[in-house]
Design a protein around this ligand. Sequence first.
Ligand code: GDP
Length: 300
Amino acid sequence: LARLRARLVKSNNVFGRSLLALLASDDIDEDVWEEIEETLLTADLGTEPTMELVDRLRERVKVEGSTDPDRVRAMLHEELTALIDPAWDRSLNVEAAGRPAVVMVVGVNGVGKTTTVGKLARVLVAEDKDVVLGAADTFRAAAAEQLATWGSRVGVPTVKSDVEGADPASVAYDAVDAGIEHEVDVVMVDTAGRLQNKANLMDELGKVKRVIEKRSEVDEVLLVLDATTGQNGLNQAKVFSEVVNVTGIVLTKLDGTARGGIVVAIQRQLGVPVKLVGLGEGPDDLAPFDVESFVDALLE
Ligand code: GDP
């Protein structure tokens, strides 16, 4: 968590610093409130949450009659925390009784799916779990190779097809089947994400899920979104959630953006919690999403 903070501080402090500077003005007039709105919008908080947050802050500043920076910081902290909702269950559903838990990982190419599968496998292995990976992105041979490389790096087997363009659903099925046969704890299936062919991609994803479900329940569908794409990620999220029942969001590349506010917008729009965040390209750069430290880091 200290590391998460350090990373977020590095990337997002523009957000916190300018907000706090604005709020600490002697006289918070209309212009200042407008600038505050701007800052929140620039951080990708989304229009509605921004309006809501600013309204609540205005009200509180008025009622308390206090523009003491520490007090205002505390108010902002509380309001942001409430927006992101600390009550949400963000635990990963990776425990299934008497069978492997099945995790599908979906998202557009380049957002960090394969990397996330690799990092997550490492976390699970560190928890003493047996893991099998399934390379259901069969359209790029490189994708399966990349996953297998992660697999060997963290010491877990990868089920893949040697035939480029093989049926992704069949590879996914084989991975789940292997997991059941070897009585592993978790099977993680990496999928393709060519958004340029949206209808096909979506058909295919739906099929992968249905075919897996012939063999096992799917316990977790993680949608991976790149935080640096801002509101664009929201449109992707909508498309994916129409086809598969997304159960959690992984927000990657938070190390490279000042737009952490997207967390708020995504959760609102999808009604699904951010469960994990990616903070770099290395094997240890994945952390559970923690509201307190996230807001702390935003306001550092
Ligand atoms: P995929 O096409 O969705 O499977 O994406 P990849 O896993 O291949 O990742 C695409 C690129 O993003 C790679 O260069 C990764 O190293 C990089 N990447 C993934 N996650 C993160 C992250 O959290 N932070 C940063 N900075 N880079 C990341």
